[in-house]
Design a protein around this ligand. Structure first.
Ligand code: B12
Length: 237
């Protein structure tokens, strides 16, 4: 099978919500030495976009979304452990506390971001899903973190980003952590508006943003940045 046939097969398996087939194509992709991020970008993301659009258009319902999510997870369980620094540039020291924000249970993208950060040699403390602003801050202090990374897939969870930042400001401790945001409804405008320090459109962008922040920290930069680092942002956000 060609690379494209494997990626198309995986994409279709995820759209169909077929876990076994998704795992089998993922294994073939790994055997064919397709880079993990190319598998994710070439098959998993486009499949999720198809299913998400069908859901939005009323052509698919929650069960289809769940099955597609499970199939993606089955594939990613095999793909994520193969992510290595060979896929990335450089490596940097630091600690990131990451989670999907309060009210939001989507964790597929967040897990990819965690994996890619860890592959960079960054210590990643993953708080899971439905993480309250207070939990991020407590964990960030407990872990002596450098960065708080917030993932959001649903629009209604966005206000809690602002709460994380406002809580830090109210405590007089905004300078302790960089705050990075990302996920479907997050835009460059939003990032700037809430005074966050960084935004990345996908997992690779997330790694670039966090790496730049940690390098800046080593050079003496402190939060909050005068203007956030925005990687992969679209013109309209
Ligand atoms: C799979 C899925 C689900 C699964 C989630 C399974 C799981 N364990 O994650 C299930 C079935 C549980 C689900 C439930 C719901 N979902 Co849903 N879901 C999706 C779907 C199809 C795919 C999401 C996904 O995994 N994408 C693939 C990953 C790889 O991409 P990603 O998450 O975007 O992550 C990448 C980037 O965003 C970025 N990134 C992510 N996090 C971070 C963090 C940082 C710091 C950075 C820098 C970058 C970054 O990097 C990642 C990797 O490249 C999307 C549609 C879509 N196209 O996104 C809808 C979607 C997100 N869901 C939606 C909805 C409405 C729901 C429900 C409310 C449905 C319902 N009526 O119950 C519930 C919400 C439950 C809740 N409280 O959260 C809407 C949200 C609309 C909105 N804007 O608010 C979407 C957009 C579908 C749609 N088009 O309507 N869903």
């Amino acid at each position: 099978m060609t690379t494209q046939e494997i990626l198309d097969g995986l994409k279709q398996a995820v759209i169909d919500g077929d876990e076994d087939s998704a795992a089998s194509f993922a294994a073939q992709a790994i055997d064919a030495e397709i880079k993990p991020m190319d598998i994710i970008k070439g098959a998993i993301n486009p499949a999720m976009d198809v299913v998400g659009q069908a859901f939005e258009d009323g052509d698919a319902y929650l069960p289809e979304l769940i099955l597609a999510g499970d199939a993606a997870r089955a594939a990613l369980d095999l793909i994520i452990p193969t992510i290595s620094t060979d896929d990335l540039d450089g490596s940097v020291q630091g600690t990131v506390v990451i989670g999907t924000i309060y009210g939001d249970a989507h964790d597929i993208g967040k897990n990819i971001v965690s994996a890619i950060l860890a592959a960079h040699g960054i210590k990643v403390v993953d708080l899971g899903i439905n993480v309250s602003p207070k939990q991020y801050i407590e964990a960030a202090f407990a872990e002596d973190a450098d960065v708080i990374a917030i993932s959001s897939l649903i629009t209604t969870s966005l206000p809690y980003h602002r709460e994380v930042i406002n809580n830090l400001v109210d405590r007089g401790e905004r300078d302790k952590f960089f705050v990075v945001v990302g996920g479907g409804p997050v835009t460059a405008e939003w990032t700037t508006q809430i005074g966050a320090d960084g935004y990345g459109r996908d997992a690779r962008d997330a790694a670039l943003v966090v790496t730049q922040l940690l390098e800046g920290l080593a050079e003496g930069n402190k939060a909050p940045l005068a203007a956030p680092i925005l990687v992969g942002a679209l013109e309209h956000g």
